[in-house]
Design a protein around this ligand. Structure first.
Ligand code: 5RP
Length: 209
């Protein structure tokens, strides 16, 4: 099981400063969608240059032009690129094909998918690397969590690795670990903590068991 730190509400220097604090406790650093919007793929490139030993995930949430967008993110240094499960299979196939050329991976974000079990099985058959359940900020604000959805994908996904994101905190991490996802994604649970290093260290300790 791996730990991914999501950076959403920072600029590039702020993001690099946070990662410096917790580098030894994380496996993947995510350049979140708001950071890509603000800074472009330069954020992916600069993060990879600063931390060559970490995998950098570009949270592009690709919805079209899968091959092209995965190519640009991979060239910038992304080891994982996100594509939305809500898009068409052609976009996902293009993304998977392009990622293979670069040795990068595709994480399918299942945010706002209504028939989760059905779509998870469909995208699993397309050769994607990760299938991720995700409760976005707007639904987190309404009290929703991704924990039941994680159980659903764990029961139907046969090939891809599984991932979970959306408001995970130190207190809720043990329940997440029980479901045994391959990748746990934490943003505010670390970046919002007074002692980011201590929280990341404890999360890593729980995850590595
Ligand atoms: O992709 C995202 C928002 O769209 C976030 O990166 C993801 O939800 C993790 O952050 P948090 O733990 O703060 O919810």
């Amino acid at each position: 099981m791996k730990l991914q730190l999501a950076l959403d509400l920072v600029n590039i220097p702020e993001g690099i400063a946070v990662v410096k604090e917790v580098e030894q406790f994380i496996d993947v650093v995510e350049i979140g969608t708001p950071v890509v919007i603000n800074e472009g793929l330069r954020a992916v490139k600069e993060m990879k240059e600063a931390f060559p030993n970490l995998t950098v995930l570009a949270d592009l949430k690709v919805m079209d032009a899968g091959g092209y967008e995965v190519m640009k993110a991979s060239e910038a240094g992304a080891g994982i690129v996100t594509v939305l499960g809500a898009t068409d299979d052609a976009t996902i196939k293009g993304a998977v094909e392009e990622a293979k050329k670069h040795g990068s991976e595709i994480l399918i974000d299942m945010i706002n998918i209504k028939d989760l079990a059905k779509r998870a099985q469909e995208v699993d058959a397309l050769g994607v690397d990760y299938i991720c359940v995700h409760t976005g900020y707007d639904l987190q604000a309404a009290g929703e969590t991704p924990f039941e959805q994680l159980k659903t994908i764990k029961s139907v996904v046969k090939n891809a690795k599984t991932a979970v994101a959306g408001g995970i905190k130190l207190e809720t991490l043990p329940g997440v670990i029980e479901a045994q996802p391959d990748l746990v994604i934490v943003g505010g649970g670390i970046t919002g903590a007074d002692d980011k290093k201590a929280v990341a260290a404890e999360m890593q300790r729980l995850i590595k068991g």
